[in-house]
Design a binder for this molecule. Structure first.
Ligand code: AMP
Length: 271
């Protein structure tokens, strides 16, 4: 695996590979875990060349969010990416991605509203902008995103449709710990007590899914009731959303300073 830090080097490295089988892109913010590795594995399975990007995008963090303390371990990320079968790791600096004078932003209007979008104003515009840049830099045939960030997936899908980006979007099922908690780079922030409380999130979503399947109705109310029973958890939202033709029950909670988000699909296949 090669590691490069400049856009020019990505283009030069990929030039000989274009036309000889599909190129896959897996965008990440690093601090890789088995969830990221599932995306890389999915890309490895169906692409000739696999590119992983590693960029903690400053513009998608609001003021007071965890940009400064976001876990970073580029050396380990390189080792894990290589072991998972990546061919190229693109790890640009912020200056490489946003040089002096940068001024464009992409706004996916409807899809960026509600749930995460309301809690983190400007977040999805920053995500859409950096994703479009990465798609333009790598020009992959396929791009791999996690269902874990369901609204982000919907924003990227809309962006690809609206701006005629020539790429197939693939979504990968959420990878979870043994106790059901969705893997996240932010899980390392949790104290042991918070880690125990965090299990309420997948438990609540599973109960919502069961209520939906059994026709009991109001899966969001069922899930919210369970979350309310977890005294240490503050609920940002626990709502139904229809994204990409899927009906999703999505929730975000805060445990101390740490935000956790998760969702389950109620209707529509996980492709
Ligand atoms: P991040 O590094 O958190 O920006 O995530 C990079 C990509 O990995 C996104 O497409 C996420 O949705 C995906 N991802 C994060 N956590 C998981 C997980 N537990 N299972 C599957 N995909 C994930």
């Amino acid at each position: 695996m090669r590691t490069v830090t400049t856009i020019e080097a990505v283009r030069a490295t990929l030039a000989p590979h274009r036309g000889s089988g599909p190129i896959g892109l897996v965008p990440t913010m690093g601090a890789l875990h088995a969830g990221h590795l599932a995306l890389i594995a999915a890309a490895r399975e169906e692409c000739e060349t696999v590119v992983v990007s590693l960029f903690v995008n400053p513009s998608q963090f609001g003021s007071g969010e965890d940009l400064d303390r976001y876990p970073r371990d580029p050396e380990r990320d390189g080792e894990l990416s290589a072991a998972a079968g990546a061919d190229l790791l693109f790890a640009p600096s912020a200056a490489e991605m946003y040089p002096e004078g940068f001024q464009t932003a992409v706004d996916v209007r409807e899809m960026s509203r509600g749930l995460e979008g309301d809690i983190r104003p400007g977040h999805f515009s920053a995500v859409a902008t950096v994703c479009l840049k990465l798609l333009n830099i790598v020009r992959p045939d396929r791009a791999y995103f996690g269902q874990k960030d369901a609204q982000q997936l919907a924003v990227v899908a809309q962006l690809i449709r609206d701006l005629d980006v020539e790429v197939e979007l693939r979504s990968v099922a959420t990878v979870r710990d043994e106790d059901g908690l969705a893997l996240s780079s932010r899980n390392v922030y949790l104290t042991p007590d918070q880690r125990a409380s965090a299990r309420a999130l997948p438990r609540a979503l599973e109960a919502g899914l069961a209520a939906y399947r059994n026709g009991i109705g109001h899966p969001d109310v069922v899930a919210r009731t369970i979350l309310l029973g977890e005294r240490d958890a503050a609920i940002d939202y626990c709502e139904l959303a229809r994204w990409n033709g899927r009906l999703v029950l999505a929730a975000a909670i805060r445990l101390g300073e740490t935000r956790l988000l998760d969702n389950v699909i109620l209707e529509g296949a996980q492709t």
